[in-house]
Design a protein. Structure first.
Length: 387
């Protein structure tokens, strides 16, 4: 039977801090096991985890312990915190048959720059640095992503380094549909890039764009049906269409809005939900971002189809739970710009790359072209109708 004793014994603390000779990591780890009661009862004896292997890492050491089968999360979470405080080093735990404790020599850097990002092939974008090195996301494997974070903590910068990386690696095959609901302030400056098909800055423009995109989705699905295709990865089609929504809360219907505007925004969310559910296989990649992660701003149809979720600092634990399905983003220190929690099959902390508008433009300006500007008619509630 597995037991956990949460209070740390006073004697253990005395052993740690009262010794003149520093204790080894393994000694401290095993002392924490005893203080917290990590192990299991065999007959009348309490058996603690046994060290079975040690591996050197680039940034530390991996200790592998044999222990009880089925170590629960309610034990791993406090154990991770206690080990980190006791060893005074960054710690990461993994459990699959064996308990693996990664003890790192150096913490995450507080800033990393775009120019440090390694070059990788394929439809990859850099997520950033974690304790084991650089990590990339492959949009061919997981086509949709959600991103949340309080303003000025790195969310939009992350979008820009993804755009830059995709343009540099796929200048002729990537296209962007951008819905910038911060009035177009962040992305309008890139509207003349040949890879950028449109930049919408309000709900009316967003709906026009999404209605057109919905037609493209229908056409693409008809093509795939005729060809007998099910996944664009297995076709000769090279083009990928990235739909970036920056500040999706701007698409959330509010009680104070009139009926027409509510219908318009609901229709936008409906189309985005359809793209999330049906677009991945035919080449659409949705990156859905918001400063205000609520159940209204992040509809279920989108949350359940974005299998990679990223959260920068958020003010409250419930916002973190909406964004990534667990608490944690509210604990990111406010001094750490660009620090994010990335949730896939596991949860890890990253330092995302920093890129300025000046550097981005320097890298992508060669793709700027002259585009014919079609002046859009200004619409009012009296002239706009949802059918």
């Amino acid at each position: 039977m597995f037991e956990v004793i949460l209070p740390v014994a006073v004697g253990g603390a005395a052993l740690i801090f009262g010794r003149k000779k520093p204790m080894k990591d393994t000694q401290l780890i095993e002392l924490v096991f005893k203080n917290v009661g990590v192990g299991y009862k065999r007959d009348k004896e309490f058996v603690y985890p046994t060290l079975v292997d040690t591996n050197e890492l680039d940034n530390g050491t991996r200790y592998i312990y044999q222990t009880v089968v089925g170590l629960p999360d309610k034990v791993l979470a406090p154990l991770n915190e206690l080990l980190s405080k006791t060893l005074n080093k960054p710690i990461r735990l993994e459990y699959e048959n064996f308990l693996k404790i990664m003890v790192y020599n150096e913490p995450l850097p507080e800033i990393v720059h775009y120019q440090e990002v390694p070059k990788e092939k394929g439809w990859l974008v850099p997520l950033g640095r974690h304790l084991d090195g650089w990590e990339f996301h492959n949009f061919e494997h997981t086509p949709h992503m959600s991103v949340a974070g309080t303003t000025r903590f790195g969310k939009t910068v992350m979008l820009k380094n993804m755009m830059t990386y995709l343009i540099e690696n796929h200048p002729d095959d990537v296209e962007f549909i951008i819905i910038d609901l911060k009035g177009g302030l962040e992305f309008d400056k890139y509207k003349n890039l040949k890879q950028v098909k449109s930049v919408s800055s309000d709900g009316f423009e967003a709906l026009e764009t999404l209605l057109s995109l919905n037609q493209q989705l229908d056409e693409q699905m008809r093509l795939f049906k005729r060809k007998g295709w099910t996944n664009i990865v297995d076709t000769p089609i090279k083009k990928r269409t990235f739909i970036i929504v920056d500040e999706a809360a701007g698409l959330t219907p509010e009680s104070w809005m009139d009926t027409t505007e509510k219908k318009m925004l609901s229709h936008c969310l409906s189309i985005l939900g359809r793209i999330a559910k049906m677009g991945g296989g035919v080449g659409f990649r949705l990156i859905y971002c918001t400063q205000y992660p609520t159940n209204d701003a992040m509809p279920r149809s989108i949350k359940q189809t974005t299998d990679i979720k990223i959260a920068f600092r958020l003010p409250y634990n419930y916002a973190s739970e909406v964004a990534i399905g667990e608490y944690g983003a509210e604990k990111i220190p406010s001094k750490l710009k660009g620090r994010a929690i990335v949730k896939t099959h596991e949860t890890r902390e990253f330092q995302t790359p920093m890129i300025s508008d000046k550097e981005m433009w320097k890298r992508v300006k060669k793709y700027a072209i002259s585009k014919t500007i079609v002046k859009k008619e200004t619409r009012t509630d009296d002239t706009f109708e949802i059918r």
